[in-house]
Write a protein that binds this ligand. Structure first.
Ligand code: NIG
Ligand code: FE
Length: 412
């Protein structure tokens, strides 16, 4: 460092009632370690140049030389910044009319088959300028941050033409999200069938999408893409260097789990319809089960069988599925409450499923999801006396302060 450079910013969060983190070693938390968390009372966390340099009990905090800013953590609890590994945050417009129809008894699948649903959001998103997409994702990101999300994935999939898919991926990146190309979300109306659409998407969109996205995703479901089409799409994406994700077993078991294992996918997401055979297969694999209880709630669908998955050793992550149709919800603390009350997950399992395990799905578990030296200084301070209020306080305003890379965010 030359004399002219400012020293890196140091921030000490002190006198925290509690600090809780997934235990500091190892990869994704599963089996006996699915809820292995470390709790420190009367704790501090020291951040320097965007990273955590030390955590521990106050009594072990030595003298710090040089300039250190301090943040009073008394009466507050620190948890790692939450990681939302499954959102559809790049969309324009809303689906409130559809929601009103569903409230009166129409089903999501009926509305989709009638040309509403996903395709109505496609129409609105295609009509938007790229700057409008950046604004939309940024607004959604800010809402997620207010609920403690410091890392978010977002999928394209509301463009389904070359221009809007690529603009969506750029907009997600510009807003600081991890972009996933959901090129196989639905078949747009200008194509006669799914195969004809995939011919186009793989030839005309994939080469550029592969440079903008980190992963690819497919909606493997009746009335969307079948297993043969999903295999074709995902294999081409894998060959182009993308990690793989699948929307699977949301309404019907359509072969997503065996396909995910065959192709070495990072995750299968949803799993509301998964039966014994699927669970048996998934628990023996390294594919993460991403559970989306806010989506199951929003669509009045059965909850995924989290207990069977966890008890038998699966890697489990939780996410919002934030989107205008099936889960208009940005809040991971609400997902935590649903996981506790509906999925019967332990609160420690929930913390791992909102931090280190989704970071593993996104390929950033070496720097996100734990409060430990060397990790990014993404820290959530809960304005509550016990970290378990994260799930306990149903729809509560639990997040008080969010540090992103050691900088306190203005949450608005
Ligand atoms: O994960 N199921 C497919 N895709 C989304 C919903 C998208 C929408 O309804 O706009 C999901 O639930
Ligand atoms: Fe989804």
């Amino acid at each position: 460092m030359t004399g002219a450079e400012a020293p890196p910013r140091r921030l000490l969060v002190r006198d925290l009632a509690q600090l809780v983190t997934p235990a500091p070693e190892g990869g994704p938390m599963r089996g006996a370690r699915a809820g292995d968390v470390t709790l420190v009372e009367d704790a501090y966390v020291l951040c320097e140049a965007g990273r955590i340099t030390a955590v521990g009990p106050m009594r072990e905090l030595g003298a710090l030389d040089g300039d250190v800013e301090e943040l009073d953590g008394s009466g507050r609890c620190a948890v790692p910044g939450l990681v939302d590994c499954h959102t559809h945050a790049c969309f324009v417009g809303d689906r409130v009319e559809e929601f009103a129809l569903r409230a009166r008894g129409a089903t999501y699948e009926e509305l989709h088959a009638a040309g509403g649903g996903i395709l109505s959001t496609v129409e609105a998103t295609r009509a938007a300028e790229e700057t409008t997409l950046v604004e939309a994702v940024s607004r959604h990101r800010d809402a997620m941050r207010r609920h403690g999300t410091t890392t978010f994935e977002a999928k394209s999939g509301y463009g389904l033409d070359r221009e809007t898919e690529l603009a969506s991926l750029r907009a997600i990146g510009a807003a600081g999200g991890v972009p996933t190309w959901l090129g196989a979300h639905a078949v747009p109306p200008e194509f006669r069938d799914a195969d004809a659409y995939l011919d186009f998407a793989l030839a005309e969109v994939l080469p550029d999408a592969a440079r903008l996205a980190a992963a690819a995703d497919v909606f493997l479901e009746r009335n969307a893409f079948d297993a043969t089409q999903a295999r074709r799409y995902l294999s081409a994406c894998r060959d182009a260097g993308l990690a793989l994700r699948l929307h699977g077993d949301q309404f019907t078991e359509s072969g997503a789990i065996p396909l995910a294992i065959e192709l070495g996918a990072r995750s299968v997401d949803h799993l509301e319809a998964t039966g014994d055979g699927g669970i048996d297969t998934l628990v023996r694999s390294d594919v993460t089960a991403v559970l989306l209880p806010a989506s199951a709630l929003f669509l009045s669908r059965p909850m995924p069988r989290a207990r069977d998955l966890l008890d038998r050793g699966a890697i489990v992550a939780l996410a919002t599925d934030f989107n205008p149709g099936s889960a208009y919800c940005e809040s991971l603390p609400l997902v935590a409450s649903l996981a506790a009350t509906q999925l019967r997950m332990g609160l420690e399992e929930i913390l791992c499923a909102l931090t280190v395990n989704p970071a593993h799905v996104l390929g950033c578990a070496d720097c996100k999801g734990r409060l430990a030296p060397g990790y990014d200084a993404d820290v959530v301070l809960l304005g509550e006396p016990d970290w378990r209020y994260l799930a306990y306080h149903l729809a509560g305003d639990v997040v008080e302060t969010v540090l992103l890379g050691g900088e306190p965010l203005t949450l608005g």
